[in-house]
Write a protein that binds this ligand. Structure first.
Ligand SMILES: [Zn+2]
Ligand SMILES: [Zn+2]
Length: 289
């Protein structure tokens, strides 16, 4: 799958599935928030622009690190792709996990978790500041292991395109597939703001690393998923959505009283900083000393 060509077939499939889901939601009485859909598309447009502007930095870093690799995997060997798939899944797991557990990385990733309605187009609500916050650095060791940046980019594109189909309530549990693969059920849990579901199911195509590293959570009938953030964003303005967590970070920093407190705000675990209260200078006392 060449990554430098417009993915026309994928775009058509995306539109078709989104329309089918729209019809299903309306028919099943779930409704469809068109304001949220507009926000998804607006954030997607901004993310494409930000990738165009800053993506070169990531590519240059990947190529520089790849040149240092003691061995290099041949791109025309199928084993490179087969092994690379599992290696990418491993590093993606950690990139995604760190994006939830390190506040600095969460600033960009929180954008993806902002929709309160779980629909296919919500998959495209992706942060604009990922290059600056730098979660991609977690993938650099893969280049050092000798995987060409084009292999990494292609495998990552497959991983992310697969995940588009996970953002839906239309698909229930999928039997034995749930053991190995990330599924709509697992990803619904990942998007839950329920305390029981926070910081779970970080996998991309596979769910095995969550099972292995203790971050797996099963979707439960007695615990319906509450989508969105614990401190929700109410606006559908793409700019507000894209920068709200940076604003929260800045607001929290103004309340710290020591370098250690500042370190915890910037690099601590976001869920440890949560008070469950709306953010605001008067409503969010942080005892960060
Ligand atoms: Zn996430
Ligand atoms: Zn998602």
């Amino acid at each position: 799958m060449p990554t430098d060509q417009p993915p026309v077939a994928f775009v058509l499939v995306v539109i078709l599935f989104a329309l089918a889901e729209f019809a299903w939601r309306r028919r099943s009485g779930r409704g469809y928030d068109l304001g949220s859909l507009g926000a998804n598309l607006g954030v997607m447009a901004g993310q494409l622009v930000s990738r165009l502007v800053t993506g070169g930095v990531v590519a240059a870093a990947m190529i520089a690190v790849f040149r240092l690799a003691p061995v290099q995997w041949a791109m025309d060997d199928w084993r490179t792709w087969a092994i690379g798939f599992f290696v990418l899944e491993f590093f993606y797991y950690w990139q995604h996990r760190f994006s939830h557990t390190i506040r600095w990385l969460w600033t960009a990733h929180a954008v993806h978790h902002s929709p309160k309605e779980f629909t296919l187009p919500a998959a495209f609500r992706l942060g604009w500041t990922g290059t600056i916050s730098g979660a991609w650095v977690v993938l650099l060791p893969m280049a050092l292991m000798g995987f060409h940046p084009a292999v990494i980019a292609t495998l990552l594109a497959i991983n992310l395109r697969y995940q588009y189909f996970l953002h839906t309530e239309a698909v229930g549990k999928l039997g034995p597939l749930e053991w190995v693969f990330n599924t709509p059920s697992h990803h619904r849990v990942h998007h839950g703001s329920n305390a029981e579901y926070l910081d779970t199911n970080f996998g991309g195509v596979l769910i095995v690393f969550d099972r292995l590293f203790g971050t797996f959570a099963e979707e439960r009938d007695d615990e319906p998923v509450r989508y969105g953030l614990t401190r929700p964003v109410t606006s559908n303005n793409p700019f507000v959505i894209a920068f709200h967590e940076w604003a929260n970070l800045w607001r929290d920093l103004k309340h710290v009283r020591s370098p250690r407190g500042a370190w915890r705000v910037v690099f601590g675990r976001p869920s440890d900083l949560e008070t469950g209260q709306p953010t605001g200078p008067a409503t969010r006392p942080l005892a960060l000393t």
